[in-house]
Design a protein. Structure first.
Length: 237
């Protein structure tokens, strides 16, 4: 019986080579790579600019916040000046940061209230704080806390009463229930009772009236620093 002779299977046709796409052509690929490097360099450069401002700012911000909020011991004037210089270095790179402008304002006001220098120099520092608070409000005009801090600075300077009243009104309107803003306004009221407008006096008095035992105690502890206290004929709530 004859058998069929085996034949090798026909070879599969080789796939046709696809024409190179634009990005596979060597010249185009080289240009594309160069563009990527340029874009990458721009991104790194931009990020470095931000980081260059951010690193000293973060460290200085932490110290400045603790000093101005009273959560750490007051610094020496030399330490205050060093941190202030670091914040100004950051300001050169990030001039449009409202938080940084507000912190600079608080640092100048803190330096004025510490009384390290003559009355004239302290007043100049308080005036400088106004510049930074107002710049912060140009960048972030609806921040009640910044308005309250501006009011505190205005009360420490020879600024006209209408400006002080406007800042207080803005703070009360924009942040009526913010605890930090209320604390600044209360401090302002007890520190400058004779100068603040009647509306703030009434607000502070009502705050005491509405307080519980602990709240009234804290309010009078603050008032006691300035030699007086709130009283009420009604029992605490």
């Amino acid at each position: 019986m004859s058998s069929a002779s085996s034949r090798p299977a026909p070879a599969a046709p080789a796939p046709a080579r696809k024409a190179p796409t634009a990005f596979e052509r060597p010249a185009v690929l080289a240009v594309f790579t160069a563009l990527l490097l340029l874009v990458g360099g721009w991104v790194v450069s931009t990020a470095w600019t931000e980081l260059r401002a951010e690193f000293p700012y973060l460290a200085a911000q932490d110290r400045a916040k603790r000093w101005t909020e009273g959560t750490s011991p007051a610094p020496t004037e030399a330490a205050w000046q060093k941190v202030l210089a670091e914040l100004h270095s950051s300001e050169k790179v990030r001039p449009d940061s409202p938080a940084l402008q507000e912190l600079l304002g608080s640092m100048y006001l803190f330096g004025a209230q510490e009384g390290w220098q003559s009355d004239e120099q302290n007043l100049a520092r308080a005036d400088r704080s106004l510049v930074h608070y107002r710049q912060a409000l140009k960048l972030r005009p609806t921040d009640g806390m910044t308005w309250a801090l501006l009011a505190m600075a205005l009360a420490d300077t020879s600024s006209p009463a209408p400006a002080l009243a406007e800042a207080i009104n803005q703070a009360l309107t924009l942040a009526p229930n913010d605890n930090h803003t209320q604390l600044v306004l209360l401090h302002l009221a007890v520190r400058h009772w004779e100068r603040v407008p009647p509306e703030l006096q009434a607000w502070a008095t009502q705050l005491f009236e509405d307080g519980n035992v602990a709240q009234r105690k804290h309010i009078n502890a603050l008032a006691g620093h300035y030699g007086w206290e709130f009283t009420s004929e009604t029992a605490p709530r």
